[in-house]
Ligand binder design. Structure first.
Ligand code: CP
Length: 337
């Protein structure tokens, strides 16, 4: 019986228990990596990586993860494949699915990754869209579990996201409330999470026991935070809005040392990166003792390993040595004939 095809497009498609199981797999694979003994669970498998936008962490982590697991990754960027120019999403998804075991896709539009998933016959993993970034936030919750106060249950962990309602903000809001954590978004009213996102997060919280707060009061938002998280104030394509955004966010919503003095002493700083140093966060915070940004970045590697193993390993066929030898014998007999 083949394993049912599942994609990783949105954490909302998974239960809390399923997400916790993936996080435990990430923990085991990180331990294996630290012991320099990463199991080659995806030996012979291939990953197609579609990137419509630049990437450092997502690209490197997926490619290295695949190598460590014994597989292979192909970097497929616009201009080098036909997607969106001479071939539609449907044909691209169907063709690539015949050749690789899993697809990772960073697409400009969320609809594109949904279209890839509908047409692919292998798992599609969302590597960031204009709506969400689920691989990032699974990594973030794993990182919070590692760095929370020892023994503090997730149901008592408080996460404060400061700044624009980015795709990372969207995903973090969803996963934290799914996990029963307490999520606060602090931003000027015009940059706060849309009501539609809030409705999903509030439904999550009602089920999990977590909570959602959306406020423009940044001091109140950090006063009881375990983790303070920020992201870029503008992205590619929003250049014309930079003056308005600067005026709205600076200086109140910048994560700097003065703001951290208003947070609990144990509060840690997180950022998905890349960061604009001196804009949404200062160098002193990025490089300071409360910053866990590089642990967080490294955890992207372990997260991708966990996701790849979770979605791909059960679908791989592991032929017996006898079957491989049988086919090798047939081919060699032909070559020698
Ligand atoms: N955080 C993140 O996704 O980084 P990249 O854009 O470098 O992949």
């Amino acid at each position: 019986m083949p394993t049912p095809l599942r994609h990783f497009i949105d954490t909302q498609d998974f239960t809390r228990e399923e997400l916790l199981r993936i996080i435990e797999l990430i923990r085991l694979l990180k331990e294996a990596d630290k012991a320099r003994a990463c199991p080659r669970l995806l030996s012979g498998a291939s990953l197609g990586m579609i990137f419509e936008e630049p990437s450092t962490r997502t690209r490197v982590s997926f490619e290295v993860a695949m190598t460590k697991l014994g597989g292979h990754a192909l970097y497929l960027r616009p201009g080098e494949i036909h997607l969106g120019q001479r071939e539609n999403v449907r044909d691209t998804a169907r063709v690539i699915s015949r050749m690789v075991d899993v697809i990772e896709a960073r697409t400009l539009k969320h609809q594109t990754v949904l279209d890839l998933a509908v047409n692919a016959t292998v798992p599609v993993l969302n590597g960031l869209t204009d709506y969400n970034h689920p691989t990032q936030v699974v990594c973030d919750v794993f990182t919070m579990i590692e760095h929370r106060i020892s023994g503090k249950p997730l149901s008592e962990v408080r996460v404060t996201f400061i700044g624009d309602a980015t795709n990372v903000c969207s995903s973090l809001m969803m996963i934290c409330t799914q996990m029963g954590m307490h999520f606060t978004h602090a931003a000027p009213p015009q940059y706060q999470a849309p009501k539609a996102w809030q409705a999903i997060a509030e439904a999550n919280a009602a089920q999990s026991g977590g909570s959602l707060t959306v406020t423009d009061d940044v001091d109140a938002a950090v006063s009881d935070a375990d983790f303070i998280y920020t992201d870029l104030w503008w992205w590619i394509g929003q250049e014309a809005e930079i003056p308005d955004r600067q005026r709205a966010f600076m200086p109140t919503y910048q994560v700097n040392e003065a703001l951290l003095t208003r947070a609990p002493a144990h509060a840690k700083f997180m950022h998905c990166l890349p960061a604009s140093r001196g804009v949404e966060v200062t160098d002193a915070v990025m490089d300071g003792p409360r910053s866990i940004i590089y642990d967080q970045s490294e955890n992207r590697l372990h997260t991708e390993k966990g996701l790849l193993v979770h979605f791909v390993y059960p679908r791989l066929y592991h032929p017996s040595h006898e079957l491989v030898d049988h086919h090798r014998g047939r081919v060699e007999a032909f070559l020698n004939s």
